[in-house]
Design a protein around this ligand. Structure first.
Ligand code: KG4
Ligand code: ZN
Length: 350
């Protein structure tokens, strides 16, 4: 039970937060780089790292000021050490180290996905353990059995694209703004979910793995057909129908796999986390599933769904209590499995 400063810079958001006792968010600041990457229609890693270097201090200072906390008052500095874009991670890790060294407090390296999974336990009504955690974001799509924040088992993940990646690419192909997930969500409101019968990848297969690359291609082909019919252009109605039908296919797969994971594990609690947990239709469908099955469900508020540092500080609270602190040799890893401990190196990559 501690006061923790969290720093998150694994991709294109620079975030800092001050969290008390793992649940009470005193301040959470997120500096978005959407304007930096919008002209390219996707994250440009080098530009992301450079923007982090510019902003890491100001964002951290704003979080401390917002919490009305002096940096010397925090019990530990927590920083995302992986997975993510290596250049982006290194900025937060280096800054976090320097800060921990300067105030003489422990440094804690936090796994980004453990952070997303913890977002269901932040606030006044934390989801009790154990639960099924569905992480659906721009970089990840996976189901986890969360026994405890320090004991998490991967049940299945995507074999290719993450669901958010498919949203962003479909949006880009339709000429919508960046990042595309939110745009698809908006356009889909006026569309027909059954306008196109897109595939539901791997839904019929017995496992808990996902795949979204084939769906993305199927949607791209349909977009091309629509464009051809429209003399090279998509009408707003086409965009709405394509968005709604695509979104429904993704929701069907995620809800179907969640159902299967619940059956298989016997879990009675469910958390939908990660950037796509901000999707209005997916939230609706997951809430429906929970209703049907009588489950307890958490759909964290939108600010906790997309990347943020409160979730990183929340995980670090338990790690600090368990003595799982890092030293100043902490490294950043672009790929590292959930639950991995230093020294277990095989599946790690720098
Ligand atoms: O968790 P996140 O902020 O970053 C990763 O760790 O990946 O997730 C970002 C992803 C992006 O793909 C973005 O397009 C998507 O979340 N996203 C949405 C919505 N809001 C954000 N996708 C669908 N509907 C939304 N409302
Ligand atoms: Zn994330």
């Amino acid at each position: 039970m501690a006061l923790i400063l969290g720093i998150e810079s694994s991709c294109d958001d620079m975030a800092a937060a001050v969290v008390r006792d793992g649940t009470q968010v005193l301040a959470s600041v997120v500096h978005s780089q959407d304007a930096v990457h919008a002209p390219y229609g996707g994250v440009v890693p080098e530009l992301a790292s450079r923007d982090h270097v510019r902003n890491v201090h100001a964002v951290t200072a704003r979080a401390l000021a917002g919490a009305d906390v002096a940096v010397e008052d925090v019990d530990a500095v927590a920083v995302t050490s992986g997975p993510g874009l290596i250049g982006s991670l290194l900025v937060g890790v280096s800054f976090g180290k320097a800060l921990a060294y300067r105030i003489g407090r422990p440094l804690i390296g936090v796994h980004h996905i453990e952070g997303h999974l913890a977002s269901a336990r932040i606030g006044e009504n934390p989801l009790e353990l154990p639960y099924l955690g569905l992480v659906v974001s721009g970089g990840h799509t996976a189901a986890y059995h969360v026994e405890d924040l320090g004991r998490i088992e991967l049940l299945g993940q995507t074999r290719d694209d993450a669901a958010g990646e498919a949203f962003d690419k479909v949006a880009k192909r339709m000429g919508l703004g960046y990042p595309g997930g939110r745009e698809i969500d908006e356009r889909a409101r006026d569309g027909r979910r059954d306008a196109y019968a897109f595939p539901r990848p791997m839904l019929a297969e017995p496992g808990l793995e996902f795949s979204f690359s084939g769906l993305k291609t199927a949607v791209a082909l349909e977009i091309a057909r629509c464009e051809q019919r429209g003399g090279g252009r998509l009408s707003p109605a086409d965009v709405a129908d394509l968005a709604a039908s695509f979104q429904e296919a993704v929701a069907d797969v995620i809800v179907g796999k969640a159902h299967r994971a619940l059956d298989r594990t016997g879990l009675r609690r469910l958390a939908l986390v990660g950037g796509l947990a901000a999707n209005s239709r997916l939230r609706e469908r997951v809430a429906q599933l929970a209703d049907e099955l009588g489950l307890e469900v958490r759909l964290p508020p939108l600010r906790l769904c997309t990347d943020n540092a409160a979730m990183i500080a929340a995980v670090a609270d338990g790690m600090l209590a368990a003595g799982r602190t890092a030293d100043l040799e902490l490294e950043a890893f672009s790929r590292v499995p959930v639950g991995a401990r230093a020294g277990e190196g095989t599946a790690w990559s720098r």
